[in-house]
Design a protein around this ligand. Structure first.
Ligand code: PEP
Ligand code: MN
Length: 368
């Protein structure tokens, strides 16, 4: 889509109540039954900070044989909940039929999941189904870290006549071991904001974390990066949830989290905000140090084998392979390539030192 002018997205505060300039979308990963929906929704409404209730009705599951959502039967329940609580309702749509049914049942916001926004054919079909309705849409980033696919999905929905659009950053699939379920790759949502000026972007810490222990730190980071809001999965009994039980929190826990979050708007408490950010840095530095210890333990193991097998400590080919690979990976993750080079140089220097010490020690010492 060749564009000379920015797309005229409707600003969030023109159509949704915000809390401290922040949009909070919360609700269960999936609607499981009427009681669970009602209890959770009412508890969330009582917080008076959550204008939008999210609720999965059709659930995309990796493998068959698991709970796939209540389906269309849940839509009238959501209509009633909306009347009772005044919350706006958001539902994931993965097919044109889902979108048609949602429109028939007054769902306020439809959202495209990460497994849908990755597929331009399906996005085009859903765009056709909502065409002209002007319904509000949230578009999650695609599972793969492809900014243009995300932009394309947003443009397709915009062209179908929806100006009320919100992008949701929910992290990306990665092959490397990480403590998060999805890698945040923060530079991608930040670049999206530059490519589509004025688009509201909210963060979904639940799906990035995959574990409720990490929701707060991700939410705080999203605040530091000036995201426009948060989507957080909330269930009245998270441990019994039929989908994503590890990453949901109770409405009471959500309240605590929102109280603890320091938003840049809290201008009256900049010291507290700074302290929170510094605490996050301290945590990250501790993790880095622990990782370094693990890395140097591996270097030692390798040093022992090199000594036993009389292999030279310096291996230029291996060094070059590491440089090329880490440079490429680091750059994709948004790191500065010069910084990666410098980091690799000091890591290599220290590793060589460790292996030289091993080489000087006696075989007896090594066996102990
Ligand atoms: C969800 O929001 O419950 C969901 C399925 O998310 P995603 O599309 O981000 O995986
Ligand atoms: Mn979920």
């Amino acid at each position: 889509m060749a564009r000379s002018e920015p797309l005229p997205f409707t600003p969030l505060d023109a159509w949704l109540p915000l809390y401290r300039n922040l949009l909070i979308v919360a609700g269960p990963c999936s609607v499981e039954n009427r009681h669970q929906l009602e209890t959770t929704a009412k508890e969330l409404a009582q917080l008076k900070r959550v204008p939008v209730l999210r609720a999965g009705v059709w659930k995309p599951r990796s493998r068959p044989g698991h709970f796939e959502g209540v389906g269309a039967e849940a839509l009238p329940w959501l209509q009633e909940i909306k009347k009772e609580t005044g919350l706006k309702i958001a539902v994931e749509v993965a097919q044109p039929r889902h979108a048609e049914l949602c429109l028939k049942h007054d769902v306020d916001i439809l959202w495209l999941g990460a497994r849908t926004s990755v597929n331009p054919f399906m996005v085009a079909e859903i765009a056709r189904a909502i065409k002209g309705s002007g319904v509000a849409m949230m578009i999650k980033n695609p599972v793969s870290p492809d900014l243009q696919l995300w932009v394309g999905s947003i443009e397709r929905i915009f062209l179908a006549g929806s100006n009320k659009i919100i992008a949701i950053h929910r992290g990306f699939h990665g092959y490397h071991k990480s403590r998060y379920r999805n890698i945040p790759l923060w530079n991608i949502p930040l670049t999206l904001k530059k490519e589509l000026p004025g688009i509201p972007v909210i963060c979904d810490p639940s799906h990035i974390a995959g574990d409720r222990r990490w929701i707060k730190e991700i939410a705080q980071k999203a605040m530091a990066l000036k995201m426009d809001g948060l989507m957080i999965e909330s269930h009245h009994k998270p441990e019994h949830a039929l989908t994503d039980p590890m990453q949901q929190i109770t409405p009471a826990e959500l309240k605590t989290l929102l109280n603890q979050l320091l938003t840049p708007e809290k201008k009256d408490e900049p010291e507290k905000y700074l302290a929170e950010l510094r605490a996050l840095i301290d945590d990250k530095d501790n993790e880095l140090l622990e990782l370094l210890v693990e890395r140097f333990q591996l270097v030692e193991e390798i040093g022992i084998i090199k000594k036993k097998k009389k292999i030279s400590i310096l291996q230029p080919d291996r060094k070059n392979d590491i440089s090329t690979d880490r440079r490429e990976k680091g750059t994709t993750l948004g790191l500065n390539p010069d910084f990666i080079d410098q980091l690799l140089t000091i890591l290599h220097k220290e590793s060589v030192k460790i292996q030289q010490t091993i080489n000087k020690s006696t075989t007896k010492q090594l066996n102990n």
